[in-house]
Every structure is written in structure tokens, then in C-alpha cells.
Design a protein around this ligand. Structure first.
Ligand SMILES: C[S@@+](CC[C@H](N)C(=O)[O-])C[C@H]1O[C@@H](n2cnc3c(N)ncnc32)[C@H](O)[C@@H]1O
Length: 240
């Protein structure tokens, strides 16, 4: 039996096959949740990305937020300590949810964790004022990603927003991208990143919103980081 199949415990096949070592294996979970490791993976940009992301988070006390999937590091505790609102966090991996629970013990009354596939969410339509997605899309195959767009568009309310922190479009001019061995390595470790690099996120989200009789309110706010290697995108959804 292939090793990854041992991790097929109700998770999507792609997650077990390509990322068991990062998100499903207990020693992987232990290893990656260290600040120097996270920062190294993001080429020293973690704090900058986090700061720019947090600056766009909805902090109204009555706002209901969805963090779509767990992340290593400080994002979830900082979301909770930065405001008094209700935060829902879902992920398909039980090990990730357990890690998130350990980091949010002070906030259990307003931090709700659930095991769920981002491709098929069990939340009602228009349930959230903001959906936050931190480095998830580039780890999904195209079809899974498009289902996730559809679900985000369904659960965000008109007048709400979607906040996406991710790789930017294909960084043709970036020195890292131009260094062929690095590009080869990244393509191996992140097999869906080349596809994501070429995707027009605004167009895909807009299409998904239209399917839900919603629309963007103007152009997205986009901030770039690390010479356009990463970006933070805030999409405001038009009120009805
Ligand atoms: C947010 S992404 C990448 C995060 C980034 N590398 C970090 O930790 O900062 C990783 C998470 O997405 C989860 N995940 C991946 N595909 C998923 C899916 N279809 N549904 C729910 N969770 C998923 C994984 O279990 C993992 O916890």
C-alpha cells in the first residue's frame, strides 16, 4: 500500500497524496507549527503578510467571521484577541483542528471549530460577514478550488467581504521564479501552485458570486508583498 493511503481518513485524496507530511502526519504538524519554520517557508515574509492580513479583518463586535481552514502560526489566536466577534474555523484534518483548539482555549465560547470540507460547507447561505482564506487555494487542485470559490460565494453575506492572502500571479520577474532549480522544487512541493499562479482569482470569485445572485462592490483592494510574490486581496460584496 502507498504510504499516503494510511492518511486517507475522510480527507480529500489530494490532501493525503501530496500533503500528508505537512498537515496530516503528527510529527509534521509538530514540526511545521514553529515560527521559524513558517517564516522560512514564506521567505521571511510571515509577519508582514500577517500584519497586512489582520489590517483587513472585520472587527465589528457583531461581525461573524469564517476562517476557511486552519493555518500554522499566530493568525487564529490574533483574530480572536484582536476583536470580540464570533469566529468559525473549519478544516478537514482532525489533527489541525486539535492544534487550533489548543491555541484558542481562552476563547472557546466564541471560537467554533468544525470538521468540514471547504468544497462542501455545512453553513447556511449568507452566514458570514467575512470569509478569511490564508494560503489555501494554491494547495488545491483546480476543481476543488472552484468548488471552494462557490462555497465562499454562497456563505458570505451581501455587504460582507472575502479576504484572501495568497501567492500573486505568476511572478515572471521575481528572482526566485527566474532561478530554475527553485521553480522546479516549488513545483514539486506545491504541485497545484503553477495552476493557481495562472488563475484570475477576481474572475473566478465574481463568477461564483454571480451564481449566487451576488456581485463584487467595485474593484478588489490588493496589496502586494515581497516584490509581487504574495498578495493580500480584499473583495467587498455589494449589499442587496
Ligand atoms: C490553509 S492551508 C495552508 C496554510 C499555510 N501553509 C499555513 O499553515 O500557514 C492548510 C490547511 O488546509 C486544510 N485543507 C486543505 N484542503 C482542504 C479542504 N478541501 N477542506 C478543508 N480543509 C482543507 C489542511 O488540512 C490544512 O490544515
Amino acid at each position: 500500500m502507498r504510504l499516503y493511503k494510511k492518511f486517507l481518513d475522510g480527507v480529500p485524496e489530494y490532501l493525503a497524496r501530496y500533503y500528508w507530511w505537512a498537515y496530516l502526519w503528527r510529527w509534521g504538524i509538530w514540526f511545521f507549527d514553529h515560527q521559524p519554520v513558517i517564516n522560512a517557508i514564506l521567505f521571511g515574509q510571515y509577519d508582514r503578510l500577517l500584519k497586512k492580513t489582520l489590517a483587513q479583518v472585520e472587527t465589528r463586535p457583531d461581525a461573524k467571521l469564517l476562517q476557511l481552514t486552519c493555518v500554522y502560526g499566530k493568525l487564529t489566536p490574533l483574530l480572536l484577541s484582536g476583536a470580540r466577534n464570533e469566529i468559525h474555523l473549519c478544516d478537514i484534518a482532525t489533527g489541525q483542528l486539535q492544534l487550533a483548539r489548543r491555541k484558542t482555549l481562552h476563547y472557546t465560547e466564541r471560537c467554533h471549530l468544525a470538521r468540514m470540507n471547504a468544497e462542501c460547507l455545512a453553513y447556511r447561505n449568507d452566514a458570514f460577514d467575512q470569509v478569511i482564506v490564508f494560503f489555501l487555494f494554491h494547495e488545491m487542485p483546480t476543481s476543488a478550488r472552484h468548488k471552494a470559490y462557490a462555497e465562499i460565494a454562497r456563505v458570505v453575506r451581501p455587504g460582507g467581504s472575502v479576504l484572501i492572502t495568497e501567492y500573486a500571479a505568476t511572478p515572471q520577474q521575481h528572482w526566485l521564479y527566474r532561478f530554475v532549480p527553485f521553480r522546479w522544487l516549488l513545483g514539486h512541493l506545491e504541485p497545484f501552485l503553477p495552476g493557481f499562479w495562472q488563475e484570475d482569482v477576481t474572475e473566478k470569485l465574481n463568477d461564483a458570486l454571480r451564481q449566487n445572485s451576488k456581485a463584487l462592490n467595485g474593484e478588489p483592494g490588493v496589496e502586494h508583498c515581497f516584490a509581487d510574490f504574495y498578495r493580500i486581496m480584499r473583495f467587498n460584496i455589494a449589499a442587496r
